[in-house]
Design a protein around this ligand. Structure first.
Ligand SMILES: [Zn+2]
Length: 103
């Protein structure tokens, strides 16, 4: 019984100390960086970037879906195409130019 009581007291102090350290750390970081409030412009910019980054476009050459932000855009005949890589874009350009030459 005394062992259990000692164990409980030990666990109680472990929890209290870890909680206190966390609160103290937060207080210290708040004191050291008083002007560090989240900037609304920055956060909305990040949000927009994240939203546009979620848009997926399909590469017409290899059929891979790529994030629009990371894709290589190409406007041809008023149509905006996206490619996963320069190699795919070049392959598309070569094939379309060949078709145009044949026609
Ligand atoms: Zn591709």
């Amino acid at each position: 019984m005394t062992f259990l009581a000692r164990l409980m007291r030990f666990l109680f102090w472990v929890v209290m100390v870890s909680w206190g350290v966390r609160v103290a750390g937060r207080l210290i970081s708040a004191l050291l960086q008083p002007g560090r409030t989240p900037e609304p412009l920055n956060s909305t910019g990040d949000l927009n970037a994240e939203q546009s980054g979620r848009l997926l476009v399909r590469d017409p050459v290899c059929g891979v879906h790529v994030a629009e932000k990371r894709a290589i855009p190409l406007r041809e005949n008023g149509e905006l195409l996206h490619f996963c890589s320069l190699a795919c874009r070049d392959a598309y350009l070569n094939s379309s130019h060949k078709l145009a030459a044949n026609a």
